[in-house]
Design a protein around this ligand. Structure first.
Ligand SMILES: [Zn+2]
Length: 226
């Protein structure tokens, strides 16, 4: 069965609804995008969009190569302003031709750990399969070309999950479905790390062995099934 049948915008709307229900978003924090197949363009959430109330009209198409409004098929260029984080999405699509979906959220547990100077631990095989390694991008102003360039540079080696310090997270994948799973598993890994911290057991928390992560890193994203 298909993940969500229909348009990529329907898939992104499902992601938005689910991540709000899961408590990964407060207010209208976060934004979503998907590369449109065979086009130099992506669908991206409009500025200020509430992620649990998205419909096809809540997205705008933007050219990946230069950030200009894009025409899709017979549709005229959209009038909605894209998310203020559009530079981040475009930089990732330019740096990573294998990436077709980008999910940027402000999940509270991942952000609390970052503010405490703790990294997210990779505890289970789900975390290992779906997240691989999680990198932290040093703080830069949200919406700036600096945060976009730095994040894209750190994702260029194939890293799919990054924490933007004091700001949020960004995950990417070759499909909306896989990006969605990564967003959920990233916060789950953060929650487990946080619980170990509150138990006073973080130093004893056993992580997935490095050799296992190295082996997984050689597998293509499409082979990720657990
Ligand atoms: Zn943000």
């Amino acid at each position: 069965m298909n993940y969500v049948p229909g348009d990529l915008r329907d898939q992104l709307a499902h992601v938005g609804y689910d991540v709000v229900q899961a408590g990964l978003v407060c207010g209208s924090g976060g934004n979503l995008s998907a590369r449109i197949p065979d086009e130099d363009a992506c669908w991206v959430t409009a500025s200020g969009a509430w992620l649990d109330r998205l419909s096809r009209t809540g997205f705008t198409a933007v050219r990946v190569s230069d950030g200009a409004p894009a025409s899709v098929g017979a549709l005229p260029p959209p009038r909605l302003a894209p998310t203020s984080e559009i530079a981040l999405h475009l930089a990732l699509y330019r740096a990573r031709p294998d990436v077709n979906a980008v999910v940027h959220l402000h999940p509270q547990t991942a952000l609390l750990l970052d503010a405490l100077g703790e990294h997210i631990r990779i505890v289970t095989t789900d975390h290992a399969f779906y997240l691989g390694r999680v990198s932290t991008v040093p703080f830069r102003l949200p919406g700036s070309t600096e945060v976009a360039a730095l994040t894209a540079a750190m994702a260029a080696d194939g890293t799919d999950c990054l924490v933007l310090s004091q700001h949020g997270c960004v995950v990417m994948a070759d499909s909306v479905e896989l990006a969605h799973k990564r967003a959920r598993y990233l916060e789950e890994a953060a929650v487990l790390t946080y619980r170990a911290l509150t138990l006073g057991r973080l130093d004893n928390l056993r992580e997935v062995p490095e050799e296992f992560l190295d082996r997984l890193a050689t597998r293509p994203a499409s082979a990720v099934t657990v």
